[in-house]
Design a protein around this ligand. Structure first.
Ligand code: BES
Ligand code: MN
Ligand code: ZN
Length: 497
């Protein structure tokens, strides 16, 4: 959808649908008041009749409102004006796009930027509106044999802002929001692609494509031969069971001064996780096409950052491999040497994410990162702990933890900090090697993070376990969510100050 801005009296706007908010107790918003005035009390009459009470996210579409130029007026409930907050605002935005899809208005005007939200400015509101609208419009159609019937005729949506000065600000916000939603869309598309298409080679090609599309991005692919030479025994132990060659993908975005230390984001890119010889049960295994959602979020964040032309240096790293059982696959009990020199006893080949990540996290030492954030669908235990709402966050640095927490609260793509205490480290000790790759049933997400912590001592680092938040594996809402791209982009923006 194309977004723009508009000022003036909404009652005069010629649109196929003008969207205005009303509060719970029948109290009108500024735009609703204008429309009510023009229509000589028509809105008040409808509200009095009780068709809409203004409850949060309630909608009612009115046609041919007297003396109003819009063919339709959509009333949207805001709930009570006293309690409206950021979270509710996004829920309302989602309800608006759902209703707008139903009426299929070619062009519309949304008056919701005027709604006051404590602590949030116009830019924030516009970002959330566009994020929710694009999310509501998203469909994954790449794998359909015949192009799906285009049932949507929606072309453009204008946002109503108060005055000319606000308009400039709003147009800039549309730009940054569109950069963000472009990133989110790429993350969803990559996540939703099946394992037979989205292979490590596919991801490497995607990175090369970004480098050709953006002058600010360069790409390097570390092939298996080089990994062997670098001593990446952990990464190699995962990819050896697959016929698909593994790839370590490096994408460098240069927006800052050459000397500025880069912020590095590292994604787990297991393009399909069978579990390997520690094979997963068949039911639900298809969900493991999503085991590269961390990698997909790195791609999405890189696109958003490049589109926003952030004046900083960012390096995106993707550890791409397929975890398969085969005659050459790793066995439970195997011991491998990582690039760091530490040895790992592989007690379960299904704990493969940490194995590809530990070598990637060692590889990036050479970049002297300002901060490092890795993103991984790492453990089922994370879903048991936090469900689908919060991403688990672990950090060896208070500043990084605080920035991620604040970025999550602001973007509503939230994290919850988990302990990385030394106490848990004992669970992954091994009598034969320097460590084991699993730590038992208890605190599974924490011990996975403890494993990674042994490879990230040289820099400020955080780990995001997005197993519960990056996708819905089945059901009606199945699909990649695009998380944690909003979080990452907000986090990186906060590193500018
Ligand atoms: N990719 C999985 C984790 C996962 C499970 C992500 C469900 C999303 C949804 C990971 O590679 C894995 O298999 N982890 C094991 C670790 C265990 C063997 C210590 C798990 O969580 O069971
Ligand atoms: Mn696994
Ligand atoms: Zn996995």
């Amino acid at each position: 959808m194309k977004y723009g801005t508009r000022t003036g009296n909404p009652a005069k706007a010629r649109t196929q649908c003008t969207i205005v908010g009303i509060y719970e107790n029948g109290q009108l918003t500024t735009s609703a008041r204008e429309i009510d005035k023009a229509s000589k009390g028509y809105l008040k009459k409808i509200i009095k009749r009780g068709d809409i009470k203004g409850k949060s996210a309630q909608t009612l579409v009115l046609h041919d409102v007297p003396n109003v130029n819009a063919t339709r007026v959509m009333l949207v409930g805001m709930g009570s004006a006293e309690t409206i907050d950021a979270a509710r605002y996004t829920v309302i935005a989602r309800a608006v796009i759902t209703q707008l899809k139903a009426v299929n208005a070619k062009n519309s005007l949304c008056c919701l930027p005027e709604i006051g939200i404590p602590g949030k400015d116009l830019g924030w509101k516009i970002t959330r509106l566009i994020e929710q609208f694009e999310s509501g419009l998203y469909q994954f159609t790449e794998m359909k044999g015949s192009p799906p019937e285009n049932d949507s005729e929606m072309e453009s949506l204008d946002l109503l802002v108060a005055e000319r000065e606000e308009q400039e600000l709003a147009n800039a916000a549309i730009g940054t929001a569109s950069a963000l939603t472009a990133g989110i869309k790429l993350t969803k598309d990559l996540g939703n692609l099946p394992g037979n298409i989205c292979t490590p080679t596919y991801l490497a090609d995607k990175a090369k494509q970004l480098a050709s599309e953006y002058a600010s991005i360069t790409t390097k692919i570390v092939e298996e031969k080089e990994m062997e030479r670098l001593g990446m025994g952990a990464f190699m132990s995962v990819t050896r069971g697959s016929d698909q060659p593994g790839k370590l993908i490096i994408m460098k975005y240069k927006g800052g001064k050459p000397k500025d230390a880069p912020h590095v984001i590292v994604g787990k890119g297991i393009t399909f996780d069978t579990g390997g010889i520690s094979l997963k049960p068949g039911a639900g295994m298809h969900e493991m096409i999503y085991d590269m959602c961390g990698a997909a979020s790195v791609f999405g964040a890189m696109v958003a950052v490049a589109e926003q032309q952030l004046p900083m240096n960012v390096i995106g790293v993707v550890a791409a491999a397929e975890n398969m059982p085969s005659g050459d696959a790793s066995r439970p009990g195997d011991i491998v040497t990582t690039m760091s020199g530490q040895t790992v006893e592989i007690l379960n080949t299904d704990a493969e994410g940490r194995l590809v990540l530990c070598d990637a996290l060692t590889y990036i030492d050479q970049f002297n990162p300002a901060t490092v954030v890795d993103i991984a669908t790492l453990t089922g235990a994370c879903i048991i702990a936090l469900g689908n709402h919060a991403t688990a966050m672990y950090a060896n640095d208070e500043g990084v933890a605080e920035d991620l927490t604040a970025a999550g609260e602001d973007s509503l793509d939230r994290v919850w900090r988990m302990p990385l205490w030394e106490d848990y480290q004992a669970q992954i000790n091994s009598p034969f090697a320097d460590m084991a790759n699993i730590g038992g049933r208890e605190a599974g997400s924490i011990t996975a993070a403890c494993f990674l912590a042994r490879y990230t001592k040289k820099y400020r680092w955080a780990h995001l376990d997005v197993a519960g938040t990056a996708f819905r594996g089945s059901g009606p809402a199945k699909g990649a969510t695009g998380r944690p791209v909003p979080l990452l982009v907000e986090y990186l923006n906060r590193q500018l100050d």
